[in-house]
Design a protein around this ligand. Sequence first.
Ligand code: SAM
Length: 237
Amino acid sequence: MQQQFALNVIGTIRSPYKQKFAIPRQPGLVPEAKAQLIFAEAYNAEPFIRGIEEFSHLWLVFVFHETADKGWSPMVRPPRLGGNTRKGVFATRATFRPNPIGLSVVQLEGVRCINKQWQLDLAGIDLLDGTPIVDIKPYLPYSDAIPNASASFADTAPETAMTVSFSTEAELFCLKQNQWPELKTLIEKVLKQDPRPPYKKKHTGEQSYGMTLYNLNIQWKVTGEHHYVYAITPLAE
Ligand code: SAM
């Protein structure tokens, strides 16, 4: 039996998340995270997607390209369990897996063709900018939604007690720019997820962090259960 298969990249994700740090752990947790799926040349034609706009949600099958060459092991430590308990890789949604394939269900907001380039407008994504997509399938509620399913340690969406506030300067920056209308809510919801690694959450003193969203450097401090966003600075082109 054939043991290896090659996959074609059918498109690439353009996402506000420019680095792995702070990306939500699953799709849908931050609906304001908007992205575009840009079709690769060989698939950049209307017939491939005819009728897709009739679906509200899509499954994206993608490659964890950023970590694909970093290896994997049979057991992983899910952050949800504090990073100390080990589970089999196939019992988790870990990024480090024998085949670096990921699966995310996302909202389809629109289909557009701009200068002969077809794209899907998506919301609620959990994908890094540049993520290669290898397949798209429509989400089928009658089969894909299983209301009485159980999911071990990930039975409910992760919740934190974290609160978020902004300095006057950071708040003004969000208000004055008009490129990303939901910027402040996006930052708030990303930080509410508490992106810190489990071992950092045990620290009691003040900690400083930074992340890149779009072309912006977001800087914040954490004290106890509070994130304080003190600066938002555009990065040099
Ligand atoms: N929903 C997908 C799944 O279940 O297969 C992904 C879950 S995985 C736990 C989500 C994390 O993958 C994100 O928090 C981010 O750190 C990471 N990630 C997203 N895109 C990636 C990429 N292209 N390469 C490597 N890691 C990525």
